[in-house]
Design a binder for this molecule. Sequence first.
Ligand code: 2HA
Ligand code: ZN
Length: 271
Amino acid sequence: MTTKSVLDSRPALAAEVEKVAEVAGYLWQKGWAERNGGNISVNITEHVDYQIRSMPAITAPIAIGSTLPHLKGCYFFCKGNNKRMRDLARRPMENGAIIRILDDCAHYEIVADNPVMPTSELPSHLAMHNHLIGRGSDYKAALHTHPIDLIAMSHTPKFLEKDVLSNLLWSMIPETKAFCPRGLGIIPYQLPGSQALAEATLRELDDYDVVMWEKHGVCAVGKDIFEAFDQVDVLSKSAQIYISARCMGYEPDGMSHEQMQEMTRAFNLPK
Ligand code: 2HA
Ligand code: ZN
């Protein structure tokens, strides 16, 4: 492993990677990131200077598996395949890498600091970034994690009907709708890392910023990795309140329809 880093004397780029490391630590502390569970990718193109652009790659080109035209010339910081969030938290450049998308938009190469192969969910992550850029969004971060409470709730069909879980979670505490105003989309079970999962995720992202991968985890997007994490965190808090009430032996009332309407008006939230 090198001791010199591409982050040296690049404070803006270093700050983005530090945010990823901070969130990786939270995911581990919350119990959402067993072993190598979960993935993070951040579009860092705006922080990439001419010197990085002219740096030779440290791997041969690797096929993405699809062609993603909006990613031409983009750079991403990605957690490494089989790497642990708890290690990414302490040593981000040994457990993640900066990749460059090649001009054919179908291959990438690793440029720094070490030849750490990116996350197994790279097809979903890059497809999400391509989709976000294509619709003119300023979102830069994608997060996949395994929150115990939300996954547990995806193990029963009654919560998998459209918007049932969103409405339930919003009604547990006022902040959840305020800070996750588009709610939680639901994606029926698909093989992890598959193109089918990537495609289903894209469809749901048109309506939601956080989607549930049934019996697997959630995927969230945001302007930066903090924003993506915060949305999952508020949904998980609501899930905890629901589960705590059920453990005390009752079905929680939830906020009333009138209280939800009042919140929606007061915070100017989508209906
Ligand atoms: O990378 O969580 O879904 C580990 C995962 C894959
Ligand atoms: Zn996963």
